[in-house]
Design a protein around this ligand. Structure first.
Ligand SMILES: [Zn+2]
Length: 557
């Protein structure tokens, strides 16, 4: 069947006779679910053994007194400026870490039951682990993570803030300040949940561990890096049933449409490559045909003319994500794309066509499916009458799931070698040497020693931990007083940036990055920028989510 025929094939052929009658009307939910085998949805999951405890806490969380207390607890956490810097020296050597001690004092005072009932361990002085012992040591513990640090506030922007960046001010709707969303909302919601569960007499069967890093916004090595070593030593490899850390949230629940929740099941890899060209100096009145800057430019041009290709694989996160979006977001995606998505499940030619159609539909899909490269830094030359002896550029790569650090290195090396050959340059490409002459020298290297492979992809088996997470997201949204959506669809997603989870791959295969809040409704102005503020009500929703998650995971066999 050719492409033309495919696009004209009516949806009814696939959906069956019953659907044929309704295809033009709103399609009933169950039937849609039946047609999306690549995006299985689980039912809402409510605690059953712990149903009365869940109901009791739900009622407590709805009280005005509880809400105001929660907002104040977050506000006070925001008041402590736990900024992390790219140029931090290690803990113990850099006095700027001292503010984390104030943060610890605050949470000790604010969460006394948590501190009395759990074993608290400080790793590398300021990273925190809370161990909540379960009654059944046979069950793998649940790991819940967040980070204590925040992005520094640019002093030149302080005046632009509606409320001062470390005010923690609650204005009746929003809680203002750096860290109010990223990531103190998660951290405080987790501790309030634990404190509330303890107060209500909950004793977990399954051990629960909280891990709070201190430099997620910088290198991560002092916090999550150290935590990972400790956690693996204490609990073992693949010791946790599931890890949940910060991530994307969900769509708007203010309109009567499907609401999409986007837990991250993988993250791209990372590599910064410095391309450095050295060439003899001298007076610029007697230059060679090509200076080091000219030669470097050839490398930059070669790189930009040879972008990495977008690859769509059925086993990848991109495919799972696109299948879900296209099948369930019927308002945004045309029927033809849905049909193509269905055929792409088994037909290789359709898979390729699906990829191209997606990128034509929205260019940003290409970013998800390929290794991106961006030449972000360049320098060379010191004086207009002196030939530049050194010129260098740094290229930032976010590595696609199907690729690797080595792939990216090979790609750049393969582009550099013909240029080196043509202009008689020697090359040191990531430690491997090539000699084509002595007229200059090219070095390709990991610029900041921050290379990171793409993460493993967490399983999305509906009957496993992903299913429990999905069901919990659904039950939390559907039972919310704010809920106006027609249904909840959980879509596995790819993280373009990296979280603390980049250190935690050995701890469990089931790593999910998700912050339970409305990405549009609950953030005043995005993260890492002026006027970071979070809707007070969304903290309550986060507490409801963590409560249901802990209870549901506790009931998991
Ligand atoms: Zn964060």
């Amino acid at each position: 069947m050719n492409e033309q025929d495919d696009e004209e094939r009516p949806i009814c052929v696939v959906l069956g006779e019953e659907m044929m009658l309704q295809a033009k009307d709103k399609v009933p939910r169950l039937d849609i679910m039946a047609t999306a085998p690549a995006c299985p949805q689980v039912a809402s999951l409510y605690p059953s053994l712990h149903a009365s405890l869940d109901a009791e806490l739900n009622a407590l969380y709805a009280s005005t007194l509880f809400k105001l207390e929660a907002y104040e607890r977050l506000g006070k956490a925001v008041e402590i400026p736990t900024e992390s810097y790219d140029d931090f020296d290690p803990v113990g050597q850099d006095p700027r870490w001292g503010v984390f001690a104030s943060f610890h004092t605050y949470i000790e005072e604010s969460f006394p039951l948590v501190h009395r009932s759990m074993q608290v361990t400080k790793i590398n002085t300021y990273a925190l682990v809370f161990h909540w012992q379960g009654s059944n040591p046979e069950l793998k513990p649940l790991l819940i993570a967040a980070h204590q640090d925040v992005v520094p506030v640019d002093p030149t922007t302080v005046e632009q803030w509606t409320h001062p960046p470390y005010s923690g001010h609650y204005d009746g709707t929003w809680i203002w300040g750096r860290g109010s969303a990223d990531d103190k909302a998660d951290l405080v919601a987790q501790l309030i949940t634990a404190e509330s569960l303890l107060k209500a007499g909950f004793t977990p069967r399954r051990t629960i561990v909280f891990a709070f890093g201190i430099d997620e916004e910088a290198a991560g090595t002092q916090g999550a890096g150290a935590l990972a070593v400790y956690l693996e030593e204490k609990y073992g490899t693949d010791a946790f049933t599931m890890l949940i850390d910060e991530g994307e949230g969900h769509g708007s629940n203010a309109v009567a449409e499907p609401i999409f929740a986007l837990p991250g099941i993988s993250e791209k890899g990372y590599l910064d490559v410095r391309m450095q060209v050295s060439a003899p100096g001298g007076h610029s009145s007697v230059p060679p045909d090509h200076t080091s800057i000219g030669l470097l430019s050839l490398l930059v041009v070669a790189l930009e003319q040879n972008a990495h290709p977008a690859v769509l694989r059925r086993e990848g996160t991109g495919f799972a994500n696109m299948q879900c979006r296209v099948q369930y977001d019927r308002k945004r995606y045309p029927e033809a794309l849905r049909e193509l998505a269905r055929r792409a499940l088994t037909d290789d030619a359709a898979l390729e066509e699906f990829k191209h159609a997606l990128i034509r539909f929205d260019k940003s899909f290409g970013v998800l499916l390929k290794t991106t490269q961006a030449v972000d830094l360049i320098n060379g030359g010191v004086k207009i009458n002196a030939l530049p002896e050194v010129a260098a550029a740094v290229v930032n790569h976010r590595i696609a799931e199907h690729s690797s650090v080595e792939d990216v290195q090979s790609h750049i090396t393969a582009l550099a070698l013909p240029i080196a050959k043509e202009f008689n340059l020697s090359v040191n490409a990531f430690g491997t040497k090539f000699e084509f002459g002595t007229e200059g020298h090219v070095v390709l290297e990991d610029a900041f020693y921050s290379a990171l492979e793409p993460s493993p992809v967490s399983p999305i088996d509906p009957s496993g931990p992903y299913g429990v997470l999905s069901g919990t997201i659904k039950s939390t949204l559907e039972s919310s007083a704010r809920y106006k959506a027609s249904e909840v669809i959980v879509i596995p997603s790819l993280g373009l940036g990296n979280t603390d989870t980049r250190f935690y791959w050995n701890l469990t295969r089931h790593i999910f990055r998700y912050s339970h809040r409305g990405d549009l409704d609950d953030l005043y102005n995005g993260l890492h920028t002026v006027d970071e503020a979070v809707r007070g009500e969304s903290i309550i929703e986060q507490i409801r989510f963590f409560t249901k998650l802990i209870l549901n995971v506790d009931e998991m066999l």
